[in-house]
Structure formats: C-alpha cells, structure tokens
Write a protein that binds this ligand. Sequence first.
Ligand code: DX5
Ligand code: ZN
Length: 233
Amino acid sequence: MSRPLLLCPSILAADHARLGDEIAAVEQAGADWIHVDVMDGHFVPNLTLGPPLIKSIRKCTKLPFDVHLMIEKPELSIAAYIDAGANSITVQAEACVHLHRTLSEIRKAGTKAGVALNPMTPLTSIVHALPFVDLVLIMTVNPGFGGQAFIPEMMPKLRALKALSDARGLAFDIQVDGGVDSRTAGTVAAYGANALVAGSAVFGSQNYSQTLQTLRREAEQAALVPGQTPDLV
Ligand code: DX5
Ligand code: ZN
C-alpha cells in the first residue's frame, strides 16, 4: 500500500446521546480520523447534523474531522464547516455544478478537499478533478443511511481509480464508505483503498479497540499482496 492505512469511524452509527464519549472512545481505540456524515434531507433522504454540532464536538478529540457532505449546493456552507473545525471536506460530485471551483475554495482555506462518487456515478465524471483533490471517496452503498449492504460491483471502479492515481503519480487518499466490516475491509484494501470508513461495524461492536485492530489487520494483510484481485465478496 502506497499511502498509510486510515481507519475512519463514522459517528452516524454512534450513540448520539453520548457523542463526546463515543468519539473519545474510538480515539482511544486507535481510530485515525473521525468521519462526520452530514445529510440534508434533500440530496439524501436523511437528516443528520451541521456546523454547530461539529463545533461542539471538536473539543472531544485531537483526531482530524473528515466531513462528508451529502448535501445540495455544498459551496454555500463550506466556510461554516471549515469554521466549525473540519480538517477535510468531501463533496459529492453529483451535487457540484462547478466542482473545480468548490474544491479550490476548500483548499484555499487550508482544508483538505475530497470528492465522493455515488455507486452509479462513473469515475470518468471526476477524471479532470483528480489533480485538485486530496481524497477520492468511492461510495459502496447509496448514501443516506448506515448499516446498508456493501455493493461489491464497485470494486472495479476502485481498482481503476488506484490505477489512474499510480499511472499519473497523483497523491490522494482513496476512501471507501458503506458496508465496511471485517469481511470487506481486506477486499477494499486489496482493490486500492487506504482510507476505510466504518460506522456500524465499529460503533455496533462491543469492543472498539478489538474491532479497529481486526479491520487494520484485514486491510494491511490484503494490501500487502501486490496485484491481488480477490473475488468480490
Ligand atoms: C452513508 C454514510 C456512511 C455510513 C457508513 O450515507 O456516508 O458513512 O455511515 O455506515 P456503515 O459503515 O454502517 O455502512
Ligand atoms: Zn460518509
């Protein structure tokens, strides 16, 4: 694996009544980033949280906040998410008419910029954006809810992205989000992902530390096999 493995628990699946404690617990358990899923009830059929809540949980951890905006017109609220403490902001390609402008505005503020693709959005739609991103997120579920089934047919898209990144010598993190657990972590790593979002697999488990260790082991072992293309799970 060319880039370090990053485990990014999604707080969507945490106990929201104890959010601060849950974040501190996954930091203690070995998480690398805190993945924050923002949903607006329009781009996706679910509503979660916004800048004020992000600001209030910012003090609960030193880990980077990896903010995934599943919202329409993200360009209108980027400044508010940066001000709230986002370290990286990932926008959905489908929600951005002027993607280059939006990515540039995120970076101009010193924040990492990411772009996410819904399962049915082709990689070709962001080929020209690749020089301008720090992260590409391949969705392996339709965004909107935690706990959905992993879509294995996204693995060729993941492999194509990794190949494109290697061929062009580009340096962005390749993230996967949706249905990542101990069974799928090795597969996504083998196909080229280095940043793994996991919601229910982590927060639904009894022992966060053990779960994160298992995910790390599965991903690192799989990623060590060069050129491996395991069966789709
Ligand atoms: C889906 C969200 C994901 C989700 C992942 O819309 O972007 O981050 O919380 O949850 P799990 O790991 O439960 O599939
Ligand atoms: Zn997400």
